[in-house]
Design a protein around this ligand. Structure first.
Ligand code: ATP
Length: 344
């Protein structure tokens, strides 16, 4: 992207007592972009978001908004909207009152009504939070964050209190609203699917560091490390010997997305493997079969390891049957240490 970043984080460090929670985080967010911080519990996502909001002061590094150093500016002076779990709606105010609360000027009610309309909550404007469902409260909170017209909103697990069906539709709607208003968003989630479907880019965090930042396709299809490969869905980690465009592995030749040479660790998604009758491919035995409606996943024991294979729902093989496993997709060469379980 060529435009100047809206938000820049440079070498952000944060500790709580002896615990180093952020270990030098660098990140750029562009105008109108939705970026999801994804990572396991405790990796520092929320802390990073709170540093951007101004609710935590970092011990090291800078926060720049439109090129201006805001590292030590109080939250209310930053012009950033946020929907945080601990910044819930005011219980004694109506939906309209909540949205109008932070607005100034004669037209504040008009602005608040417009913001409520944008999230489809006009009919509920006179209700208090306890008279609204979780999803409706979430929308009011979003309207409140968007009403002043910020260039950036921070969202901390904004969909986590919604049930599965409502979560998906609310997500779609919020994405549409952000795109329509050209508002950039930095979002915290530990839900891989949410990050993949909602964000323009994903920053995968691990232990206080960003391990990879890229589009959903990049982090899913071209993970750089074993952690990113495993965190973004199921995968097979296989050691191999790369010879340019392919690698020799226990599954035979695996074509590579990028050429490489020498000993490598590969990520091979279950959908890159197929089952066939025994005799074709590498022989194994089905140890588990999980039908999930839209797909069918097999765990197959090969002579020296187990692999996951994703098949179409009609695939006939059952537990205990002998099968062949063939490679029908690409492997991705990973950097860094293999987790202990796959070391050979
Ligand atoms: P989750 O997905 O569980 O919310 P997270 O990635 O958002 O996790 P953080 O909330 O940023 O993680 O917490 C990172 C680490 O910092 C955790 O070990 C947490 O216990 C610790 N921590 C967070 N806030 C404080 C605080 N105010 N005082 C002391 N320790 C804190």
């Amino acid at each position: 992207m060529e435009r100047a970043p809206l938000l820049e984080l440079e070498g952000i460090q944060k500790r709580f007592g002896g615990l180093e929670v952020l270990k030098g985080v660098n990140l750029a967010l562009y105008p109108g972009e939705i970026l999801a911080l994804l990572g396991p519990s405790g990796c520092g996502k929320t802390t990073l978001l709170r540093v951007v909001a101004g609710l935590e002061a970092p011990e090291g590094g800078w926060v720049l908004l439109e090129g201006k150093d805001i590292t030590h500016l109080p939250p209310e002076k930053r012009g950033i909207g946020f929907v945080f779990q601990d910044y819930a709606l005011f219980p004694h105010l109506t939906a309209l009152g909540n949205v109008a609360f932070g607005l100034k000027g004669k037209d504040r009610l008009e602005k608040a009504l417009k913001a409520l309309d944008r999230v489809g909550m006009t009919l509920f404007k006179d209700r208090r939070p306890h008279e609204l469902s979780g999803g409706q409260q979430q929308r009011v909170a979003l309207a409140r964050a968007l009403a002043p017209g910020p260039k950036l909103v921070l969202l901390d697990e904004p969909f986590s209190s919604l049930d599965a069906g409502l979560r998906e539709s609310t997500r779609e709607e919020v994405r549409r609203i952000l795109k329509e208003t050209g508002t950039a968003a930095l979002l915290v989630t530990h839900d891989q699917e949410e990050a993949l479907s909602f964000a323009d880019r994903i920053g995968v965090m691990r232990g206080g560091r960003l391990e990879q930042v890229g589009t959903p396709e990049e982090v899913y299809l071209r993970p750089k490390t074993p952690f990113v490969a495993q965190f973004l869905g199921r995968t097979n980690l296989l050691p191999g010997e790369a010879r340019g465009r392919y690698a020799e592995t226990c599954l035979g030749r695996v074509p590579l997305l990028e050429p490489a040479h020498g000993p490598v660790l590969l990520s091979l998604r279950p959908e890159a493997l197929r089952l066939s009758p025994p005799g074709e491919g590498v022989g194994g035995v089905v140890v588990a079969r999980a039908f999930k409606g839209h797909d069918l996943t097999y765990r197959v024991r090969l002579p020296d390891r187990e692999v996951l294979v994703q098949e179409a729902p009609g695939c006939p093989y059952r537990e205990g049957e002998a099968v062949g496993v063939r490679v029908e997709g690409f492997g991705v060469v990973l950097e860094g240490e293999a987790p202990k379980a796959v070391r050979t």
